[in-house]
Design a binder for this molecule. Structure first.
Ligand code: ADP
Length: 210
């Protein structure tokens, strides 16, 4: 896709679970970038009154809808886990809506450039052509495991199972234009993000070229 005139320069931001995508996005945001977060969009689509809920109820029945009208996540997860066709049907409902809404938000952004945060950007392949540049947040796998355990209460085995279903660290790094090394402190993360921010401002000033 080529960017519409006036739409900002878009940088894709990805990384494995616990790598520090959200932490990096928060710093980009503080520095003045627009953040378009596909996780947040997915959450809103499936919140009470969310735009995906009618289609989800029609496809899977009232059993996957909670009393407040939101997606009943445990019920949907159980269904998707035992039935891969159900998972594909759910994705067929959600993914186009997420793509459309993220594109709308990128176009509407008034910041000098937009960060499009997509946890599974490498895996889905769907966003690569929409971003002018791809930034990968990276840290050693042991650090990922420790951070996710501290954040979520999952055990190491569960975290490693999630990681095993994601692209490998090497695959992500091979696809990156820019890498944020988040093995160190939050201060070190901030320094690297600030440097990239200056670079993205300069690239964006040249126009929204893809
Ligand atoms: P992701 O969005 O990639 O899953 P997060 O940004 O949520 O990862 O980071 C995972 C956890 O690790 C969070 O609790 C976050 O606060 C913490 N974290 C991220 N970067 C660092 C860092 N450099 N030092 C210490 N803790 C960090």
């Amino acid at each position: 896709m080529s960017a519409a005139p006036g739409s900002p320069y878009v940088v894709g931001l990805t990384g494995g679970i616990g790598s520090g995508k959200s932490a990096a996005a928060a710093v980009f945001h503080e520095l003045g970038a627009a953040i378009v977060d596909t996780d947040l969009i997915a959450h809103r689509l499936t919140a009470p009154g969310g735009a995906a809920m009618a289609a989800i109820e029609a496809a899977f029945g009232a059993g996957v809808v909670a009393d407040d009208g939101a997606l009943n996540r445990p019920a949907m997860r159980a269904l998707a886990f035992e039935d891969s066709a159900a998972r594909k049907r759910l994705e067929a409902i959600l993914h186009p809506m997420i793509r459309d809404e993220s594109e709308r938000q990128c176009r509407a952004a008034t910041a000098p450039y937009a960060i499009l945060a997509v946890p599974l950007l490498i895996e889905s392949g769907a966003y690569r052509e929409r971003v002018a540049r791809l930034c990968v947040v990276d840290c050693p796998e042991d650090v990922q495991v420790a951070r996710v355990m501290a954040r979520s209460g999952l055990d190491a085995r569960q975290v490693r199972a999630i990681m095993a279903a994601q692209a490998s660290r090497a695959t992500r790094l091979a696809a990156a234009d820019d890498v944020v090394d988040n093995a160190g402190s939050l201060e070190a993360l901030r320094t690297q993000v600030a440097r990239l921010h200056r670079d993205y401002l300069a690239r964006a000033a040249k126009g929204p070229v893809l």
